[in-house]
Each structure stands twice: as structure tokens, then as C-alpha cells.
Design a protein around this ligand. Sequence first.
Ligand code: SAM
Length: 217
Amino acid sequence: MEIDLLRNYPRTNRDTKARGETKTEEVRQIARQFGQAFFDGDRQYGYGGFYYNSRFWQPVIPDFKRHFSLTSDSCVLDVGCAKGFMLHDMREAIPGIDVRGVDISDYAVANAKEEVREWIQQACATHLPFNDNAFDVVISINTVHNLEQAECAIALQEIMRVSKGKAFITVDAYRNEDEKARMLEWNLTAKTIMHVDEWKAFFNDVGYTGDYYWFMP
Ligand SMILES: C[S@@+](CC[C@H](N)C(=O)[O-])C[C@H]1O[C@@H](n2cnc3c(N)ncnc32)[C@H](O)[C@@H]1O
């Protein structure tokens, strides 16, 4: 189902025009390596400093908990977990919960938040190193769209394979021409950006039956 489980994630005012003007193919290429430059380098390459702050995920976790009925017996995977900040806050809010994270970035994995580092490993969303039905819930925030469309399909099928059925993803999307223009100005790393109706048809085609919502700058 379409549901905004990130409604309590703090909003930021994004100057898409300014960002659009600074982007070159070279900048995109560096950003897409998801290395130090993307997380902790100059702002033009990505986050401009990817630091833990409880104000981001702490308000979101109660919605994950309620929607998926998460308890200390649950097992959750975060695909594209970066430094594990969301998993950290999930463990704080639901003590005893079993969490795992994967990220394509060696840099993010090596610099993951210490309390969750042991549960995070390097892997691509298209080859999740887990058994079928291994997780109660698989979450993937703003990650799958970084793949070409054919690989997105594989990643979505991988999410369904390792999940017992429940999942939540967010992807870059737009609903009209204005939103599309803003999205294209803002986008640095995504390779698959579609209209929300195209994403829904795509989910159906590839067999993704989890929940979803959209990232729109
Ligand atoms: C926009 S960041 C989002 C990070 C985190 N999910 C969050 O919401 O704060 C995208 C993340 O996806 C990771 N990523 C990109 N391509 C990936 C892939 N093919 N497989 C796994 N992770 C990937 C990046 O390294 C980065 O950590």
C-alpha cells in the first residue's frame, strides 16, 4: 500500500535550483561512488557531512513500530542503511529487536555508528546475502532508485525474497511536471526516476507487494 511512514521525518527546505546549477557529470560520477565525498565531503557531492542526530529517525520509528507491529522478537533488514542511524534508533526504541543492514558503500559500512556496526555489511541491493524469508520486515529508504531500471526490478524482487512479506521502500518520484523539474534539478545519484503511476505499475510488473512512498525534494 501507498503510505507515508516518513511523515514525521524532519522536513528541510531544498533549493533545487541552486543545486541544479552546481551539478556536472563529474560531480555526479563522484557522488555515485558513495564514498567519503558523498557522505562527508563537500556539499556538492552529497550530504556534506553525514552525522548522527536523533532528531531524524527517532520520531519516525514509532510509525514503523505501529505499522509493522514490531516487537523485541522482530527481525528487520535495512537495505541502503548507510551508517546505520535508522537501525540504531530502532534498537533504542525497541530493545532486543534483531537488526541487519546492508549498503553498497564500503565507506559507510566502515564508518557505521559503533553500536550497530557489527550488524552491518557491504552488499548490493541486487544480491542480498540472506536466506529466503529471513526478515519480518525489509526497509529501504531512497536507495533502490540508484540502480538502472532492470536492476531496480531485481532489487525489489530480492527485498521480497528475503522478507516474510512485509516491506517499505521510498523512491524518487513525481506527480506532475513541476515536481519532475524539481526532482531533476535535485537529483545527484538516482538512475531511475518515474511518475508515481509508473512506479506503481512497475511494482506490479516485478512482483513487489510491499508498502511504498515517494521522495520528492
Ligand atoms: C540517499 S542515501 C540513503 C541512506 C539511508 N537509507 C537514509 O535514508 O538515510 C542512499 C544509500 O544507498 C546506498 N546505495 C546506493 N546504491 C546501492 C545499492 N545498489 N545497494 C545497496 N546500497 C546502495 C548508498 O551508499 C547510500 O547509503
